[in-house]
Design a protein around this ligand. Structure first.
Ligand SMILES: Nc1nc2c(ncn2[C@@H]2O[C@H](COP(=O)(O)OP(=O)(O)OP(=O)(O)O)[C@@H](O)[C@H]2O)c(=O)[nH]1
Ligand SMILES: [Mg+2]
Length: 576
């Protein structure tokens, strides 16, 4: 901090009070301390994450970086040049000032290599064109600037009445002229538009030919301004969910270069100024003035990233959405799992890979338990964060008895599990894949920015299907469904019509296989849930939601879920 002040030639080294480094006073633990070191680390990690969660909740979910406002300016054109040709034996050569180059245009291009908007600068300026020079040398046109944004970004130009919009080029000039008297204004505007041959400025402005040229320039400017205003009636609105490819035609001659796609033009660069030869007339054979380059267009764009996941998981905090995502993807996705609310702060997308026989990648390893991530990292620091504890499968509760939907494991799946050790290449047997998004928890009144708000649902708008995840071990899990449906509707009327399935998660907690009474109770609870869904959650189209009990943690009955999800995605893709 002090160094940076010094770099800015600050004579007194002042350190802003809010930047004074805070010394962390941590309690030292001795060997006598009865706490285990591992527990301690766990505690520290948890408290750090919980502080982060609290901070995020205080922001009302406003920090989720899927929305960005950027100011874009096209590059300004290069100035024209006022010069006269000089040559041996030609004392007074003709006007020879070159024109300025065109300012660089700014394009926006979707790319699959980006997943976040965070790398995009908030102010983007196109490159300026080169100035014209003597001996008829024109300035160089500037190269275009390409803003790369992730696939799935929606670009909107902010309207004129939007307070977040930056001033356009004319408004900026008007502001700079405020408070000046008319003659000062005229002079400043002239200085912004004209280049004069040395020591001839005063003489130029008196000449009729200059006055005519100035009138013509203001007329053109008014036309440009009118055209710009008319364009604002149709502000830019781009939905960039397709990658752009410029295919070279098959019959193109050899040596034709493969052109890179540029994307969509959002702000054009200014025209270059013109050199003094353009002002030659019968009255004035040696004009001593040229024009400056025009400024590039200035616009304010709002970028909004909609994640393109085929399936979106919607549930209250702690329902087990993140655990489910990890289980379905075989632990490849690093979505945080912990036992407190709002563990997941931003949507996380994972890919579910399905083989020809319906088995999925996460289901190949038997007896895997997807516990809490911080604990797993402590227990298996050498493994990746996707590490999952493997337990004896007989100790994990068996859902089959309580579950009418259980699909018996096909023999082929067991074979696949044997023939493909962890770390195998699923690619050999994969024949279908879809993406699934784990969302932060949604709670009642999320629409009033309670909890993490519901701005993250923007990412779900274009999912092919939504899936409710509820904690089946709660006393009245059906109430959760009503809350979730209402919040979806409050966010966007009609969004809940995308729901296809209810996953009654944590079913393992109610039906330990050795307790017949508990199994019977679980069956009744499941029946009640199914009846409730059939009566109260019917969609307008008359479609019923599927209800599937499962245990994400113990990887049980997920085969059925993957099968149904595959059907939804296949149907929806076919209907598109
Ligand atoms: N017994 C049991 N526990 C589960 C199951 N699924 C998740 N859990 C536990 O429930 C707690 C919450 O799980 P998460 O996956 O973080 O829940 P979440 O819905 O992502 O929660 P938020 O991110 O806070 O919205 C963790 O302690 C999990 O270990 C399950 O099927 N059975
Ligand atoms: Mg989560």
């Amino acid at each position: 901090m002090i160094l940076s002040s010094a770099r800015h030639h600050c004579t007194t080294w002042l350190v802003p009070t809010h930047r004074v480094p805070v010394l962390r006073i941590t309690r030292r633990f001795t060997h006598n301390d009865n706490r285990d070191n591992a527990d301690l680390d766990d505690l520290r990690e948890k408290s750090h994450r919980q502080r982060k969660t609290e901070w995020k909740r205080r922001q009302g979910g406003q920090t989720f970086l899927d929305h960005l406002i950027i100011n874009v300016r096209g590059g300004s054109g290069g100035n024209g040049c006022a010069a006269f040709h000089r040559e041996k034996f030609i004392a007074y050569g003709p006007p020879s000032g070159g024109d300025g180059g065109r300012g660089g245009d700014v394009y926006i291009l979707p790319t699959p290599h980006l997943t976040t908007l965070s790398s995009i600068p908030k102010r983007i300026r196109g490159e300026p064109g080169g100035h014209g020079q003597g001996t008829w040398q024109n300035g160089k046109g500037a190269a275009p600037t390409i803003i790369k944004v992730p696939l799935g970004t929606v670009v909107r130009e902010l309207k004129r009445d939007d307070p977040r919009r930056a001033k356009d080029e004319w408004e900026a000039e008007e502001e700079s002229l405020q408070g000046l008297d008319p003659s000062e204004k005229r002079e400043k505007m002239r200085a912004n538009r004209w280049v004069h041959y040395p020591r001839s400025a005063d003489d130029n402005v008196e000449r009729d030919s200059f006055k005519v040229a100035e009138q013509a320039m203001y007329k053109l400017e008014r036309e440009r301004r009118f055209a710009r205003r008319t364009r604002l009636l149709n502000p830019i609105h781009l939905d960039l969910d397709q990658e752009e490819k410029l295919e070279v035609p098959v019959d193109a001659p050899l040596g034709v270069k493969r052109l890179e796609p540029m994307g969509h033009l959002v702000a054009s660069g200014g025209q270059g100024g013109v050199g003094n030869p353009h002002f030659v007339s019968t009255e004035n054979r040696s004009p001593k003035f040229a024009t400056r380059g025009q400024e590039g267009e200035r616009i304010t764009l709002s970028l909004e990233l909609k994640l393109l996941a085929d399936i979106g998981l919607v549930g209250l905090p702690n329902a087990g959405k993140s655990t489910l995502l990890r289980a379905l993807t075989g632990g490849r996705v690093k979505s945080e799992v912990a036992s407190y609310a709002f563990t997941t702060l931003n949507p996380v997308v994972g890919v579910v890979r399905v083989a020809g026989d319906g088995s999925y990648e996460g289901g190949l390893q038997q007896g895997v338990v997807y516990g809490e991530t911080a604990m797993e990292e402590l227990l298996h620091p050498d493994q990746s964060s996707a590490a999952a504890a493997t337990e004896d499968s007989s100790s994990s509760p068996d859902l089959a008895s309580a579950n009418p939907h259980t699909v018996p494991d096909p023999q082929s799946r067991a074979d696949a599990a044997e023939s493909h050790r962890p770390g195998h290449h699923f690619d050999i047997i994969e024949n279908f894949r879809f993406t699934i998004a784990d969302n932060p928890g949604l709670i009642e009144h999320a629409s009033d920015n309670v909890g993490l708000g519901h701005s993250f649902l923007r990412a779900m708008e274009r999912s092919l299907a939504l899936v409710y995840v509820i904690d089946f071990s709660n006393s009245a899990p059906w109430d959760e469904l009503v809350v979730l449906r209402d919040e979806l509707e409050k966010y966007q009327p009609g969004l809940s019509a995308k729901a296809r399935m209810v996953i009654a998660n944590k079913a393992d907690l109610l039906a330990p296989s050795n307790d017949a009474h508990a199994v019977e109770e679980a069956k009744q609870k499941l029946q009640f849930l199914q009846d409730f869904v059939a009566q109260h959650m019917v969609l307008e189209s008359g479609r019923q939601l599927d209800v599937v009990p499962a245990s994400a943690k113990f990887n049980q009955n997920l085969q059925k879920i993957v099968g149904l999800m595959t059907d939804y995605v296949r149907d929806a893709r076919a209907a598109q």
